[in-house]
Write a protein that binds this ligand. Structure first.
Ligand code: ZN
Ligand code: ZN
Ligand code: FE
Length: 761
């Protein structure tokens, strides 16, 4: 895409009163980019317009060439449709929304602190809690507002005279740095054996932790927003032991790399990806491995995965560990499978006792859990897949003003959100609400977000699904409840962050969501108007034998799809992998269940169609983690394959997108022994074609892509390109996850549009 776009950025940090606006003005006018810049209590907002290349250059230069005293603690940007600026101007400052400005996310260690950390002559040499006004913990240590030391988890540490002097000196980099500390007065680390006995403390503790990691031990390390489990990423036996103990069979593990140059050697790195990795937010970035460069990494770090999730050290403790180690480590969240991350050492000792061999802990309490964020670059834009450390609790800024509402999210990848004025504050990632621990984290975060900003929600927005624990929470809140259909919430979230008010065609594709007709939706096309939506098209439905079990067993989706077109005959097709995958006795039961429609709900889910194709070609019959089949189908595809599969559109009430010709074509390609890589590509191409075909039928110029399926890079890129080529204006997720992590925002936006509540007038 080469046509002009609008870049919108919010920059927070020491950027006010340091000549930042004149600097932005000079840079923009020098590059002949029209737009504006303004100050607000939340930071510096700017918008400029230009070609994608120029906008990218501007973005990279903006940070690199900033005024000496300006420090960027957060830079969030999105690319949006043109507004039509003709010149660049400095706009008058905003004064509204002051309260929200104070809660900053945790910020990766800045260059100045890093220099001190490794300077043998500095009094903070090797001190793992070094920080300053420009970096360090924030959200993870704040107990209440205003943000003053007694209201943080640093309250118990009395500053020594040296630290106090820095803290009180307006000319010092640590002037009013609330977590300011040094080896004489601040927190310290300790190294514990498996049973919690203190083995050693301070610098010796770090040395011992380094030795333990080198020797293949699993070390639970207390970090910024919780514990990591850390092992040597080059030690296959150690990584396997971690997987076994954590009950995490195949889901990819994140890496912390020793240096940027290690990353450059092992993965493809564009300038935007490099920026993302080095940004103050320091998320886990999904990066494509270099061909044939597996050297030094244990195969079970990310089995069969062409991408690696990599982050750079982001606290002084991580910097010291990695500097000593000089090798990449697996740094995965310190929890059991999908429970929330541990934040407290006694809790960690109990919950991780059968996972970790050693503990590297410290005595600065963590006020709230904050996981590592996950992001990737898609189509030259950031796409956040998990929004937590570095981003939470920053709001999404909207053009219209909202009443105070609480959005409680869905069930998986849960987050909650609360609105105030033009802002919707998104909580950090909470997780799947499957365990009592997760449910209490959900309650804690909800109460926390409300009390932190001193907001009193007037309405609670929740999912339409009656059995979600988040829905039940809403029902018992005592407040008016707005039930928002899942796929409408997906589309509404995507529209909100792209400044689209509608009408639009929402393409909401995911694994599952409760439909208006009580069936399982997931391959939906919604026409979104001022106050609601209409389901204008959907994928043809099929049965899921075994119901919920189909989520982890793609062979069941495959069977359901085949049954839909072949009928009971399918059970004789033992030449097909998903049929053969069931023993004969089980096949008989499945045949009866499908014939009677027992425990075989109907679904229009796109996620399950991915599963069905993965199962059909024998790529993945049973999953070890959520979404594995769809991911493997994407990873397997051969991008050189340009062919696509046929499909049919049936006009019947809402249009039905019939995949039968597609599945029949897959079957004949299978018979011809076409490689799975090419079948997968043809399938992906067909999905992109389907989206364009429905968009043409519906005729809404704006098309928004949302739902977990659009975490698939190939699908998103191809759908966007083909929609653009066909004259549509596609929009997709950037700051807010396309998966259920974005639902809470969508619920609030959709609830505001409801006529009967009429709160947005
Ligand atoms: Zn610093
Ligand atoms: Zn001190
Ligand atoms: Fe969803």
């Amino acid at each position: 895409m080469t046509e002009r776009q609008r870049l919108r950025a919010v920059i927070r940090g020491a950027v006010q009163g340091v000549g930042f606006r004149p600097y932005v003005y000079r840079l923009a006018t020098q590059m002949s980019l029209p737009g504006w810049v303004k100050n607000s209590p939340q930071g510096v907002f700017l918008e400029i317009e230009g070609t994608p290349d120029l906008l990218e250059t501007f973005l990279l230069r903006l940070e690199d060439e900033r005024p000496p005293r300006a420090s960027i603690q957060s830079l969030e940007y999105s690319l949006l449709p043109l507004a039509g600026f003709t010149e660049f101007e400095i706009r008058a400052s905003d004064t509204a929304g002051a309260r929200s400005a104070v809660v900053l996310p945790d910020i990766a260690t800045c260059a100045d602190c890093l220099r001190e950390l490794f300077d043998p002559n500095d009094r903070r040499y090797g001190y793992p809690f070094t920080n300053c006004t420009n970096c360090g913990p924030r959200f993870s240590i704040i107990r209440a507002l205003p943000y003053d030391r007694p209201q943080t988890t640093m309250a118990g540490f009395m500053m020594c005279p040296d630290c106090r002097a820095e803290y009180e000196n307006p000319a010092d980099r640590r002037f009013h740095a609330q977590p300011n500390a040094c080896p004489a007065c601040g927190p310290h680390v300790a190294f514990w054996s498996q049973d919690g006995t203190v083995a050693t403390q301070r610098q010796d503790a770090i040395r011992q932790a380094v030795d333990a990691i080198r020797n293949g031990k699993i070390v639970a390390v207390k970090g910024l927003g919780g514990f990591h489990l850390i092992v040597n990423a080059g030690d296959e036996a150690a990584v396997l032991r971690l997987r076994e103990r954590k009950h995490r069979e195949e889901k990819p593990l994140a890496l912390m790399a020793p240096s940027l140059s290690w990353v450059e050697q092992h993965v493809e790195l564009s300038p935007l990806e490099s920026r993302l990795l080095r940004s103050p937010e320091a998320p886990i970035a999904l990066l494509r491995r270099k061909q044939g460069n597996g050297a030094g990494l244990a195969p079970s770090v990310a089995p069969g995965n062409p991408y690696l999730g990599i982050m750079l050290p982001y606290t002084p403790l991580h910097h010291i560990l990695l500097q000593e180690l000089e090798i990449p480590v697996v740094a995965t969240s310190g929890n059991l499978s999908d429970e929330p991350i541990c934040t407290d050492e006694t809790d960690a000792l109990q919950r991780l006792q059968n996972v970790a061999d050693r503990f590297l802990v410290h005595n600065r309490p963590i006020a709230r859990h904050v996981d590592d964020s996950v992001a990737r670059i898609v189509l030259g834009r950031e796409m956040i897949l998990r929004r937590a450390r570095g981003y939470a609790p920053f709001p999404v800024h909207l053009d219209n003003e909202l009443p105070c509402m609480l959005g409680v999210g869905a069930h998986l990848k849960n987050t909650v959100a609360i609105s105030a004025g033009h802002d919707v504050f998104l909580s950090q990632h909470i997780g799947d609400l499957e365990t009592p621990e997760a449910l209490s984290a959900f309650r804690r975060v909800t109460a926390d977000l409300t009390s932190l900003y001193e907001l009193k929600p007037e309405t609670v927005a929740c999912d339409l699904h009656p059995d979600y624990v988040s829905t039940r929470y809403a029902d018992t809140s005592g407040l008016p409840v707005a039930r928002i259909q899942h796929h409408y919430a997906h589309a509404a979230a995507c529209m909100a962050e792209n400044e689209i008010t509608g009408p639009a065609l929402g393409v909401s594709w995911d694994g599952t969501g409760y439909g208006m007709d009580r069936t399982v939706w997931g391959g939906e096309f919604l026409r979104i108007t001022g106050d609601g939506f209409e389901r204008v098209a959907h994928l043809r439905t099929f049965r899921l034998p075994g119901g919920e079990r189909a989520v982890t067993e793609p062979r069941r989706s495959a069977l359901g799809v085949l049954y839909e077109i072949l009928g009971p005959e399918v059970f004789h097709r033992t030449d097909l992998a998903p049929v053969k995958a069931f023993p004969e006795a089980e096949r008989r039961i499945l045949a009866q269940a499908l014939a009677a429609g027992l425990n075989s709900p109907l679904t229009s889910s796109a996620g399950r169609l991915f599963d069905a194709v993965a199962g059909l070609i024998g790529l993945r019959l049973v999953c070890r983690f959520e979404g594995q089949a769809a991911m493997e189908l994407e990873w397997s595809l051969d991008e050189r394959e340009k062919d696509s599969y046929p499909f049919r559109i049936v006009e019947a009430g809402p249009l039905v997108l019939d995949w039968e010709p597609l599945v029949r074509a897959v079957l004949s390609d299978l018979a011809l022994l076409l490689p799975p890589a090419r079948i997968s590509a043809r399938f992906h191409n067909a999905l992109a074609d389907m989206i364009v075909a429905i968009a043409r039928k519906i005729g809404e110029p704006v098309v928004v892509l949302s739902g977990g399926c659009f975490q698939n890079r190939y699908l998103t890129e191809h759908a966007v390109q083909r929609l653009g080529a066909a004259g549509f204006a596609p929009a997709w997720h950037q700051r807010v996850p396309p998966n259920d992590g974005g639902i809470a925002l969508g619920q609030i936006v959709a609830a505001c549009r409801l006529k009967e509540l009429d709160p947005c007038a």
